[in-house]
Design a protein around this ligand. Structure first.
Ligand code: BGC
Length: 745
């Protein structure tokens, strides 16, 4: 039996009653200070001056440690907790493991482009296995914020604009991280974040206030979170920003009324980092004491690193502002999770395991598969792709073509050293006998740096001078000129999307667009590969560059996966989880918007702008293949159904082209009238299928009260109207295959 087998032997799932009994036993022994310790998460790598973590832990002053990634140190700190602290309660070690620990998977926006929840589930299971082997117990993932504004940098961390796709990806990731039960070996506790509404920040500016009516919250922003609760997620993270003028980390409506009372969430809530203390800066709490009181009362169990709970909760209990029962209620779910995870029985990590676990070839294989399934073919004029494998002379051009950082993308774990296969490397590996020349062209960089630039591991590099940039530009053009075919790899550096990474323009930054245009003018066949964390407004390329592959930030095996697709070993089947705007001024943009009294294409409006079409550059759900598909024979099992009942919707999909390929069949509805105005289309089901040439499969969807009902603003409650519906099934959100359905009383 290997090490893994030995560890996994101890997976005993305790009963509810047993957990409750053990928690009460512990609580009976704990002082108020220790209880507050359990509500406190401290930085393992202190960002600000303060006591040493060891000293805090020894006194029972911490329930969890974050921002540390060091197996030996985890064991050393755990030893202090379980041997020296008063009640000997083990610590939870937590970190942001967003899309891989050592083996890096595509960023979450890319994984959502697979429209295949099993891709995300398997990826997060590998991430969990590696993270757990490192000694981590808890990841701050999945990020479930619906994002409809591509200016917002954190769009890269989520599943895009749609609640139906977002909910499927949410549940899959929770299953991947947590496995069958919280005590599962090789798994980690997941955290649904950032609850809620964060993606709708005013102007796409990170952390800015959010104004979302309750209907929009419930119909669009909540479903991925509710899906995470149903999938058994152990923890939630409260967001930073003001939601309708109440900060999410002090928001009782979110954290108690909805999360606990309506959805029955039994786990615990951690604040976002420093969020409780920041309620003062935010202009909500009067001082730290007020902030501690309001967060705890609103339902935040654990204070992430702001030191506000440990400073103020005891005083609040002593003067009677809070009751001991308030503290107990906050502590219980934290202890319950520690019991369920088996931390009391297995507090330590075998330090010899990590090296073997992260070296497993099957992890790289999963990463390559996930990257292949995540890429979206946006254009392929004249069937330039797939490329011939007998190409002799290729130029690979662009600032991202050999960038491991851009290939892995944003949100690496603390202290990670980039180690991806880049696009140049992937192409070279595929064309061993050919000449593959590489030239980066001018560098791209953020105009305003971020907080992460000050981190100890940040690599500092002086900016290129204008002369150096010009020389790099000319070298790139000369390299392209001497090749038979050019692959341009453009997009964003890893630090251009993510937290602290909003922007106003969605154009290719720096001199990338210029380089693209000059290279294209050479008259060579050109393939554009995009590495980026958000939709970019590539309008010129969309009309002029024959082949465009949206590869996103594809992870450790990204370069191989790009080559797999470019050379036709893999047929691309990903679809966009976000609409592509035509410019930054087009954001926010999403397909599920309401009609107006004067819709585009009607009597009066051609576009709602006079300088740009209203339509997206590429619609939600869009993606091409090397084969073709026909979706036909749409059948709704009944023309009329009663409120509360369900109906099956079927359609046939046939591979009408020459090669094996995947199609994502999508079901959309529109309710024609009702208690409220409803979006002109809403995704209600999807399935990704693989079909041989000539093969036909039938897809079946179900439409019932969950799909046909909604939260009505007009009535202030959940409703299902007896009304007429349009139904479409197709290959993207512009699907034309139509049927009618009537819902009656
Ligand atoms: C981010 C969270 C993250 C936390 C801990 C915050 O700044 O908003 O997404 O989980 O830091 O690193």
């Amino acid at each position: 039996m290997d090490n893994e087998g030995k560890n996994s032997g101890a997976n005993v799932v305790p009963s509810e009653a047993e957990v409750a009994e053990r928690v009460e036993n512990l609580m009976g022994r704990m002082s108020l200070a220790e209880k507050i310790g359990q509500l406190t998460q401290i930085a393992g790598t202190p960002l600000f001056p303060g006591p040493e973590p060891e000293d805090v832990i020894r006194k029972g002053g911490a329930g969890s440690v974050l921002w540390l990634n060091d197996t030996k140190k985890f064991n050393a700190l755990q030893k202090i907790a379980v041997e020296e602290s008063p009640s000997k309660i083990p610590l939870l070690f937590a970190l942001d493991v967003i899309h891989g620990y050592r083996t890096v998977f595509p960023v979450p926006l890319a994984m959502a482009s697979s429209w295949d929840p099993s891709v995300a589930e398997r990826a997060q299971a590998v991430a969990a296995k590696e993270a757990r082997a490192a000694g981590l117990h808890w990841t701050f993932s999945p990020m479930l914020d619906i994002a409809r504004d591509a200016r917002w940098g954190r769009i890269v961390e989520g599943a895009g604009e749609d609640p139906c796709l977002g909910a499927a990806m949410a549940a899959a990731q929770v299953r991947g991280f947590q496995g069958e039960s919280l005590g599962a070996p090789d798994r980690v506790l997941a955290c649904a974040k950032h609850f809620a509404g964060y993606g709708a920040a005013d102007g796409g500016r990170d952390y800015d206030p959010v104004y979302l009516p309750e209907g929009r919250l419930r119909n669009v922003y909540f479903p991925p979170f509710e899906a995470a609760v149903k999938a058994g997620v152990g923890t939630f993270m409260s967001a930073y920003m003001d939601l309708n003028d109440v900060p999410a980390s002090g928001n009782r409506f979110l954290l108690r009324d909805v999360l606990r009372d309506e959805w029955g969430f039994q786990g615990f809530v951690v604040s976002d980092a420093l969020a409780i203390g920041n309620l003062v800066i935010q202009g909500f709490a009067r001082d730290g004491r007020d902030a501690a009181f309001r967060s705890l009362s609103a339902g935040v169990n654990m204070d992430m690193a702001s030191d506000t709970y440990p400073q103020h909760l005891a005083g609040l209990v002593e003067d009677g502002t809070l009751q001991m029962s308030d503290i107990d209620a906050a502590v219980r779910p934290i202890l319950a999770i520690k019991v369920r995870m088996g931390l009391f029985e297995r507090p330590y990590t075998d330090e010899s395991r990590l090296a073997q676990v992260v070296a497993r070839p099957e992890h790289r294989q999963e990463a390559r598969l996930a990257a292949q399934r995540s890429m979206v073919l946006l254009r392929n004029e004249g069937r330039l792709l797939p490329l011939h494998k007998d190409l002799k002379n290729v130029a690979v051009i662009g600032p991202l073509a050999d960038s491991m950082e851009a290939t892995e993308g944003s949100w690496m774990v603390f202290g990670h050293t980039p180690a991806a296969i880049t696009v140049v490397e992937g192409i070279r590996a595929r064309l061993p006998g050919a000449r593959v020349e590489y030239a980066p062209g001018p560098e791209i960089r953020r105009e305003i740096g971020s907080f992460f630039d000050d981190m100890p591991w940040a690599v500092k590099k002086d900016p290129q001078t204008a002369e150096q940039a010009e020389a790099a530009f000319q070298t790139a053009v000369a390299t392209a000129r001497s090749a038979d075919l050019v692959v341009l790899v453009l997009g964003e550096n890893a630090d251009m999307a993510g937290e602290f990474a909003s922007c106003t323009s969605l154009d290719l930054s720096g001199r990338q667009e210029e380089l693209l245009e000059v290279v294209l003018a050479l008259g060579k066949p050109v393939v554009l590969v995009l590495l980026n964390g958000r939709p970019l407004s590539i309008g010129w390329a969309a009309e002029n560059v024959p082949a465009i592959l949206e590869a996103w930030e594809p992870g450790s095996e990204g370069g191989h996966a790009v080559a797999d697709i470019l050379f036709g070993d893999v047929n691309p089947g990903g679809k966009l989880p976000v609409s592509f705007p035509r410019s930054g001024g087009h954001a926010p943009l999403y397909y599920a918007r309401n009609l107006t009294h004067s819709p585009e294409g009607g009597r009066m409006y051609r576009s709602r702008y006079w300088d740009c079409p209203t339509t997206p550059l590429y619609p939600f759900g869009f993606g091409l293949s090397y084969t073709t598909f026909a979706i036909t024979n749409l059948q709704v099992a009944a023309l009329q159904i009663k409120v509360g009942s369900s109906v099956a919707v079927t359609a046939d999909v046939t591979n009408t082209g020459p090669v094996l390929g995947d199609e994502v069949v999508q079901l959309y509805i529109h309710q024609k009238a009702g208690s409220d105005s409803r979006p002109l289309r809403e995704l209600k089901g999807f399935e990704r299928l693989t079909l041989k040439p000539g093969e036909t499969k039938t897809v079946t969807f179900n439409l019932g009260p969950a799909e046909l009902g909604y939260w009505s603003t007009n009535l202030g409650k959940w409703v299902q109207d007896a009304e007429a519906f349009d139904i479409w099934v197709g290959a993207d959100s512009l699907a034309t295959l139509h049927a009618d359905l009537e819902v009656i009383r």
